[in-house]
Design a protein around this ligand. Sequence first.
Ligand SMILES: *[C@@H]1O[C@H](CO)[C@@H](O)[C@H](O)[C@H]1NC(C)=O
Ligand SMILES: *[C@@H]1O[C@H](CO)[C@@H](O)[C@H](O)[C@H]1NC(C)=O
Length: 158
Amino acid sequence: MSHLKNRIIVTSLLASIVLVSTQTVGIGNIQTNVPWKAGHASAFEFPYVIIYGGAEDSTETMSTQSKGSTGLWIWDIRNGSWYNPTTQVQGGGTMLPQVYFKATNLPSQGQIAALVSNTTGGLATGVLQKLDINSWSWSFPTTSMCVTNPKYIYVYCY
Ligand SMILES: *[C@@H]1O[C@H](CO)[C@@H](O)[C@H](O)[C@H]1NC(C)=O
Ligand SMILES: *[C@@H]1O[C@H](CO)[C@@H](O)[C@H](O)[C@H]1NC(C)=O
């Protein structure tokens, strides 16, 4: 009986490993079905306009619209292609939905920082989220405002 139980556990473990590994981190394929958005953050980092979070339900009014998202959309300025990248998150956690917030470029090439407000539990315990488009990964710079550059391994402090 317990042997069978172990077998089921091992099988479902293997199944979840396969599921995880099929989600390749990267920019992915060109998308043609791009969601409506409001209250999102955006920044330009050549060659992409990066759009993150925001409300995605156009049926809600401005006053009731308070639910954010974690959607990441990329617009390639060279030819107007849209992408919906798959990212990895520092510590393997899930991102908290965000709405009505801002993002900006960082001095390190290919990085943007978003000043987030939804810090209800979860992983984003600080107010900064950093996206690295070289590796399509999110991390959480410390509140001392230091950001490390994974490409050259140095630290910027503001
Ligand atoms: C903040 O995150 C929580 C947990 O995921 C979610 O339920 C809530 O809708 C988010 N708030 C906003 C404003 O998106
Ligand atoms: C836009 O450019 C990218 C990168 O060169 C290419 O992969 C993609 O197919 C192009 N899209 C269109 C619609 O031409």
